[in-house]
Each structure stands twice: as C-alpha cells, then as structure tokens.
Design a protein around this ligand. Structure first.
Ligand SMILES: Cc1cc2nc3c(=O)[nH]c(=O)nc-3n(C[C@H](O)[C@H](O)[C@H](O)COP(=O)(O)O)c2cc1C
Length: 350
C-alpha cells in the first residue's frame, strides 16, 4: 500500500485520481474509480446545475467513498450555480480549472477540500496562496487543454515551490509513472487518457480501438480544435484542422450552437453573426463559437464514433496503452507495479 499526503487529505486508499472529463467521467466511471480505491472526479461543465445535483446523488448511490466534482470557472453564472449545488450537496472535493476560486471558505465550512488545476508554476503558487488544499499540475503531454511545459520539468519546479500536496497529471498510465511522480515530489497522479481507455468508459469503441493502435507520436497539439491550445488524437480531421482546414466553417456551426445555448431568436442570431463578422478572432463570441464547435465534434467522437467529423482528446500516453482493462484491474496493476518499482529503486541504495 502506498500512503501519501494525497491519500491522507482526501481519505482515498490509493494516490490515483480520475481526471475530470466532460461526458466521459459519468457516475459509473467515477464510482468505479472510487470503489477501486482512487479519487473519482465528475466533470460538471456539460450539466445544468440541477443535472449536476442528480449526478452527485447517483454517484452517492454507487459508492460510499470520497469523490469530487470538476468545474471550469470561466463559464460565469452557470459555474457559480454549479459550485453552489456542489456545496449544498457537501461534495468532499471541489476541483476547479480556468479561473479564480471564490468558494474556498464555503467549502471548508462543511469539511470539503478545494483542489486547483494549474499548468504553470505561477498559477500553482497562486492557488496555494489563495488557500487551496492541494493542486493538480498538468504537463503538455496531457490530453485536452494545457500549456507548453512538460511534466518532467514542471512537476519538480512546482513541488519545490508550494507546501500543499501536488497531484501530477499529463503522461501517466502505469506504476512506473506513479513511482516517478512520487520521486519528483508529487503526492499522487491524475489520469485522463488511461481511464478513458477502460471497460467502464463510455468512449465509443471506434476511438478506443484507434487509441490502442496509436503510437506516442499520434497526437496533435493546437488551438484549432476549440480555440484553446490542447491535445487531440491525430486523425484526418484533426490534421486538416491544424493545417488551417475549416475553423471558419466550424465557428459558424459553433455560432448556431451558441444561438441554441443562449436561446436567441433568428433576428438576434443574425445580429450576433454580423457582430462576429466585424470582430477580432479573440472576441468572446468567436471564442464561445469555437468552443461550441469543438464540443460538438468531441461528442460526435465519444458517442457516435464518428471518424469523419469527430475529435477525440487524447494524451501522448496512448502510445503506452495497449488494452482495455476494468478500472479495478488497472488500479491493482498500477499499484503493484509502483510498489515493485519503489522497492527496486530502494534496493539500489545498498
Ligand atoms: C477524452 C478526454 C476528455 C477530456 N475532457 C476534459 C474536459 O472536459 N475538461 C477538462 O478540464 N479536461 C479534460 N480532459 C483533460 C483531463 O482532465 C486531464 O487533464 C488529462 O487527461 C491528463 O493527462 P493524460 O491524458 O495524459 O492522463 C480530457 C481528457 C480526455 C482524455
């Protein structure tokens, strides 16, 4: 058994976390990770606040172990309402990304813990100063959104800069990785890609199989997928997008999704489209439209297995994923391998 400041802080058996992934970290997968001894995180940004409440209750019906939610803070009012619901439901761990947490005292008041997600030393230090209980640090190898520094460089810099537990993300999938993260000062690891390739994951079989065949070089890092720099599986669609394929067409489709999301009538939609045509690419409407389009393509991959239009966010660790174990099998394997690695390293001292 491996005991760290992460297992102590969150009360989980193993220092392994399921990274928040919208549409992927559904209650069954979250509970499977918790029941196998890890810390399961449910990503809420795809939900209305009331859907979040329903999902939290479903997770509680499937496990009595600690779990968390992950919310993207830049989504304004809906993020505030979601955090409020999570606090009312006394969710043990509130994990946030992309924003400044206003709810730390509120969460601490019911005994919950706040877990920030960062990708630079500066933001990690800030999260510690603000009063977070722990942080996730994500290196460039990771699936989806991230910054340029890689895990091997970023992790020791962060663990030397803050006193709170640090959970390493980006490029982890086995026990040697866990042992390496601990050696670099981390208190545990967080995995997205590896958990998305398990039996319990809802990811469409088409994309699971593509990932199993892929090498460590078969991902692309670009801001063309949804407007923010991120990593996705290399496919004909993502290759075309990176070369400058169809972001404008996508943004228009995205604008239509924004129309639906904001409940605009056709006159308002036309007004919005004219505004977009005269605006810089960095205008919030363009950003929203690109995100909506990226989300549409992502769900097409996850649910429909659509290889023509779908985008699957995947990390470089796909190159080391060659099977689809159950969550329990994966967790047991990682812990056994990490223990063996630590023992072997320790023996070198003699
Ligand atoms: C299929 C998939 C979907 C993801 N979706 C999200 C998301 O909705 N929000 C988010 O903040 N991160 C998302 N991520 C990123 C993970 O939270 C995590 O940062 C990343 O997977 C860690 O690196 P790894 O993939 O090397 O394990 C996603 C990752 C994957 C594999």
């Amino acid at each position: 058994m491996i005991k760290t400041s992460m297992t102590e802080l969150f009360g989980c058996k193993h220092p392994i976390m399921l990274a928040g992934m919208n549409w992927v970290t559904e209650p069954k997968l979250v509970a499977a990770v918790c029941n196998a001894g890890g810390l399961g995180i449910f990503a809420t940004a795809r939900c209305t606040p009331e859907e979040t409440r329903k999902n939290i209750r479903e997770i509680r019906s499937l496990t009595d172990k600690p779990f968390g939610i992950n919310q993207i803070l830049m989504f304004g009012k809906i993020a505030q309402d979601t955090i409020q619901v999570a606090a009312e439901e006394k969710v043990p761990v509130i994990n946030y990304t992309l924003g400044k947490p206003w709810f730390i005292d509120q969460v601490h008041a019911y005994g919950g813990k706040v877990l920030g997600t960062t990708a630079t030393v500066k933001h990690a230090k800030k999260a510690a100063e603000l009063g977070c209980d722990a942080i996730v640090v994500t290196g460039n190898e990771a699936a989806a959104h991230g910054e340029l520094p890689t895990t091997l460089v970023l992790l020791p810099l962060v663990t030397s800069s803050v006193k709170i537990p640090v959970i390493a993300a980006g490029g982890f999938g086995d026990g040697r990785g866990l042992a390496a993260a601990l050696a670099l000062g981390a208190a545990g690891i967080s995995m997205g890609t590896r958990f998305s390739l398990t039996k319990e994951s809802i990811v469409h079989e088409n994309f699971k199989q593509l990932c199993l065949k892929a090498s460590e070089s078969d991902t692309l890092y670009s801001d063309k997928f949804d407007g923010m720099p991120g990593r996705a599986l290399k496919t004909p669609v993502t290759e075309r997008m990176v070369k400058g394929g169809f972001p404008a067409v996508d943004a228009l489709k995205g604008a239509y999704d924004v129309k639906k999301f904001l409940n605009l009538n056709w006159m308002q939609f036309l007004g919005m489209s004219f505004k977009m045509m005269g605006a810089e690419e960095s205008h919030p409407l363009w950003v929203q439209a690109r995100q909506a389009a990226g989300t549409m393509r992502h769900t097409k991959a996850l649910y429909d297995g659509d290889m023509k239009e779908g985008i699957f966010f995947a990390g470089q660790i796909i190159g080391a994923c060659s099977d689809l174990p159950t969550v329990q099998e994966l967790m047991d394997r990682i812990i056994a391998e990490a223990e063996a690695t630590i023992k072997k390293e320790h023996a070198m001292l003699a």
